[in-house]
Design a protein around this ligand. Structure first.
Ligand code: NAP
Ligand code: GCO
Length: 267
């Protein structure tokens, strides 16, 4: 029978990758406020220290580790260390990601590979490392942070769109392969969210006007605003909780309505 406690994460260990700041930080903070123990990683000690301090300011004792999600040896050692020091991971959020905005014909194969490596290979490596213990424990939640670019393309983001489109299908495949072990794997597809990753798209122009892309997104979003990382907190808690135990292989778009809307007619 349904109870409000179904949304609680009390007693759960949640690992959010790349969560020193930005969307990952907001999701991990919401998880902590819902009762979870927080583990996060980032690529260097400075970022991890910055993250630990930021969580402390929120009253959260987070466990921070240096780990590059693309390095399978590092990831396997990281997961073993977390299982020893904190506990078996109940919830994995594959949040770490980068974007390179370069016209495809000008993009080097090395740059293309780097985006695919972090945004698609990284989630594969992380999920592969945590699934065996989730199976042994009898349950698990994996949430992959997808994108509008899991559904749509646009100029200059070919590598990112290929990675996020692949991440949508990796999500559906983990659901298909491990659903029988009571593991739910879903995606969150944020719209345009105000974080350091999108800061270049919101820069005020020399004449003091808003960036053309900023104006474009406002016209394309029924909510007529950029999202904030906190807009993702509730959907992320839902997908990490027992309230979503029969939701699997689903990409939950948290986009203020962008994917439903043709866009406001220019004045
Ligand atoms: P962000 O501000 O750039 O944060 C990304 C985090 O991932 C950073 O802490 C980054 O560390 C870390 N990271 C990068 N490469 C890593 C690696 N190899 N191993 C471990 N950590 C790594 O990005 P965000 O805007 O919060 O986005 C977070 C996720 O949401 C990304 O997957 C992004 O694609 C996705 N997303 C963002 C938006 C948006 O509008 N912002 C919308 C849809 C989806 P560094 O500081 O060293 O780079
Ligand atoms: C871009 C943006 C987007 C957002 C996000 C949208 O350059 O178009 O960075 O890709 O990051 O992925 O969902």
């Amino acid at each position: 029978m349904f109870s409000q406690n179904d949304f609680s994460l009390k007693g759960k260990v949640a690992l959010v990758t790349g969560a020193s700041y930005g969307i990952g930080f907001a999701i991990a903070t919401a998880y902590a406020k819902s009762g979870a123990t927080i583990v996060f990683n980032d690529v260097n000690e400075q970022l991890v220290e910055k993250g630990i301090a930021a969580y402390k300011e929120e009253g959260i004792e987070a466990h921070g580790y240096v780990c590059d999600v693309t390095n399978e040896e590092q990831v396997n050692a990281f997961i073993k260390q977390v299982e020893k020091e904190v506990g078996v991971i109940d919830i994995l959020v594959n949040n770490a990601g980068i974007i390179k905005r370069i016209p495809m014909t000008e993009m080097s194969a090395a740059d293309f590979r780097k985006v695919i490596d972090i945004d698609l290979n990284g989630p594969f490596i992380m999920a592969k490392a945590v699934i065996p213990s989730m199976i042994a424990k009898g349950h698990g939640k994996i949430i992959n942070i997808c994108s509008m670019m899991s559904e749509l393309g646009r100029e200059t983001v070919s590598a990112y769109a290929a990675a996020k489109g692949g991440l949508k299908m990796l999500t559906k495949n983990i659901c298909s392969e491990y659903g029988e072990f009571n593991i739910q794997c879903n995606g969150i597809g944020p719209g345009y969210i105000a974080t350091p990753q999108t800061a270049p798209l919101r820069e005020i122009q020399p004449d003091g006007s808003r960036h053309p892309f900023d104006q474009f997104i406002i016209a394309k979003t029924p909510a007529a605003r950029w999202g904030t990382p906190d807009d993702l907190a509730g959907p992320a808690v839902f997908l990490a909780s027992d309230a979503s135990n029969f939701v699997n292989g689903h990409i939950l778009y948290v986009d203020g309505g962008i994917l439903a809307y043709i866009g406001k007619q220019p004045k």
